[in-house]
Design a protein around this ligand. Structure first.
Ligand SMILES: NC(=O)c1ccc[n+]([C@@H]2O[C@H](COP(=O)([O-])OP(=O)(O)OC[C@H]3O[C@@H](n4cnc5c(N)ncnc54)[C@H](O)[C@@H]3O)[C@@H](O)[C@H]2O)c1
Length: 313
């Protein structure tokens, strides 16, 4: 992989929950709220459910994996909150809408939505059928829009709520073997910022916030399957810079989980609508102030041209 497609921070990144997002700081922040997490049976989704539970929210966890869902339920309940699990394929629009209704019957109105379910088949275009490519788009992007379309009108009525979309650094680079993944994550980030723009137009931004998160590089079932040694051997140029792919995945899922609990509590509204890398120091960036971040176009997908050309309307 060409490292110049990424960057190197001069400020050290966090690789574990830090300062404002440690367990003792999160406890009680979302007391009595209702949170829904898709893809919460394992990996990052389980950690998100766990930290939201630790922060006091009752949790609805959706996934395909029944056995793993039961384990996430045990983790959530260990914090003394109500946890309900629902087996559903998030690409099934009617099924997903029906589950959202059941969640409201079981737990009450949803305050926090985390669209986390995702897949990354990690194949070049020539190895993948169109149907498989499109399924990635449906899991990673369509499902997040189905839940958003169902919930956002209700949040608008109540003038309050938080939607967190788990995006990825893949939204920002042309990383090979991930056409569906990169495109779906870019779409997630763009939809997040555009929807927030509409929320701002209606003067609701203080009550309703959306975020697109990069969770860091997290060793999970997905990230393990992403690194295909056979393809790295076929395309040695991808490793010519000495990139150790496994070493890119070194962050615990709890870093993202804790960030979600913090954002859900409205602790970093300055960043609403933006793409957030969970490894950065959230208080440091919030101190920049929303006006400056927006004016300078930080934390949002954009395009640059050579000097003299601007992105004209
Ligand atoms: N692991 C990383 O380093 C990393 C980096 C950037 C972004 N992400 C994103 O984080 C999210 C979680 O990924 P993870 O690494 O924990 O992977 P994971 O494979 O451990 O978890 C994904 C979960 O989504 C569920 N899921 C997949 N398809 C589904 C469907 N059709 N219906 C219902 N549930 C479905 C899976 O069953 C699984 O429980 C994904 O959106 C992923 O793109 C992960």
């Amino acid at each position: 992989m060409d490292p110049t497609k990424f960057g190197v921070s001069s400020i050290p990144l966090n690789h574990a929950p830090y300062g404002p997002i440690t367990d003792d700081k999160l406890k009680g922040l979302n007391q009595g709220k209702v949170a829904l997490v898709t893809g919460g049976a394992r990996g990052i989704g389980r950690a998100i459910s766990g930290k939201l539970a630790l922060s006091g929210a009752n949790i609805a966890i959706l996934d395909l994996l029944e056995h793993e869902l039961a384990e996430s339920k045990v983790l959530g309940e260990s914090f003394g909150v109500k946890v309900k699990t629902y087996v559903v394929d998030v690409t099934d629009v009617d099924g997903l809408r029906a589950v959202l209704k059941r969640v409201e019957e079981d737990l009450g109105p949803i305050d926090i939505l985390v669209n986390n379910a995702g897949v990354s088949p990690g194949k070049p275009q020539w190895m993948e059928s169109f149907e498989d490519f499109w399924r990635t788009i449906e899991i990673n992007f369509k499902s997040a829009m189905v839940t958003t379309w169902a919930l956002l009108p209700k949040l608008r009525e109540r003038k309050s709520g938080v939607i967190i979309n788990i995006a990825s650094r893949a939204a920002t680079v042309d990383f090979p073997f991930a056409v569906g993944y990169n495109s779906s994550k870019a779409a997630v980030a763009r939809a997040t910022s555009t929807l927030q723009e509409e929320i701002e137009l209606d003067g609701l931004g203080d009550g309703i916030q959306m975020y697109a998160l990069h969770p860091g590089g997290v060793p999970t079932a997905m990230s393990k399957s992403e690194v295909r040694m056979d393809l790295l051997e076929k395309y040695p140029s991808l490793t010519q810079h000495g990139t150790d792919f496994q070493a890119l995945f070194k962050d615990p899922p709890e870093l993202c989980g804790a960030t979600c609990a913090y954002l859900a509590a409205g602790k970093a509204k300055e960043l609403r609508g933006l793409y957030w890398d969970c490894r950065q120091d959230i208080e440091r960036v919030v101190r920049y102030g929303r006006e400056r971040l927006m004016k300078e176009g930080k934390y949002v997908l954009k395009i640059d041209f050579v000097e003299g050309y601007k992105n004209e309307p």
